[in-house]
Design a binder for this molecule. Structure first.
Ligand code: IPE
Ligand code: IPE
Ligand code: MG
Length: 224
């Protein structure tokens, strides 16, 4: 056993990807501003990071801002840019101590320079860490990634992080049953897990439930 969950190591997903959705609805249900939902979602994210480390997940991809999220109101976009910059700064030492490697995944185009620089500093600080790669998909779109890769020739070797293996388990919160342009190539054979839980209410125990569900799946990859 590689973990305390009772999941045999060969039944644990190497790469978990999460569409962290429902922050706005979480806030709305409480009569709060949408930004409060994002703030609460940040707490959920770091509980899940700790849970993933505990479980022994090697790669964790999280969808933080999509190429389509530019269509939101300017004030929410501004909030999300500043918020992500601040959270990388606040959390990077802690993540570094936990041997987590932080990697930004997505286009730099349109993203404020200070946000890119904050990510770059965190990437540099954590580049030799080996417990888990935290892939922060920011200004990320699956179609943009495939377009960018296709102009260079072979797709698989020109993805944003070509060394990262395919997604084994893809989780989406908030009851929406769609991919919203996330990791289209890498999720070709991912096991899908949908939950009605809104992202700010998700935590490590919710992750463990998803990991246990995954462990019971029969992956066939087109074979028998
Ligand atoms: C997910 O929560 C966070 C981002 C997309 C940045 P939403 O902001 O999409 O919350 P809902 O879907 O409106 O509830
Ligand atoms: C997907 O959530 C993007 C992120 C979680 C960053 P959205 O809330 O943007 O997706 P749609 O609009 O419901 O498809
Ligand atoms: Mg949403």
């Amino acid at each position: 056993m590689s973990n305390n969950l009772g999941i045999p190591p060969e039944r644990l997903p190497r790469h978990v990807a999460i569409i962290m959705d429902g922050n706005g609805r979480w806030a709305h249900a409480r009569g709060l501003d949408r930004t409060k939902g994002h703030e609460q979602g940040e707490k959920a994210l770091f509980d899940v990071v700790e849970g993933a480390l505990e479980a022994g997940v090697r790669y964790l991809s999280v969808y933080a801002f999509s190429t389509e999220n530019w269509s939101r109101p300017d004030e929410e976009i501004d909030f999300l840019m500043n918020f992500n910059r601040a959270l990388i700064r606040i959390r990077r030492d802690d993540l570094n101590e936990r041997n987590v490697r932080i990697r930004r995944v997505g286009r730099t185009e349109r993203v404020p320079t200070d946000v890119i620089e904050e990510f770059a500093a965190a990437e540099e600080m954590t580049k030799d860490n080996t417990a888990m790669d935290l892939l922060v998909c920011f200004n990320y779109g699956g179609r943009a990634e495939l377009e960018d890769a296709a102009t260079k020739g072979d797709i698989a070797s020109n993805l944003y992080v070509p060394d990262v293996p395919d997604v084994d388990l893809l989780i989406r919160t908030s009851g929406e049953l769609r991919l919203s342009n996330f990791l289209l190539w890498q999720s070709a054979y991912a096991e899908l897990y949908f939950t009605d839980t809104l992202w700010p209410d998700f935590d490590r125990h919710s992750l463990f439930a998803a990991l246990k569900d995954y462990a019971s799946r029969d992956r066939r990859f087109g074979g028998l």
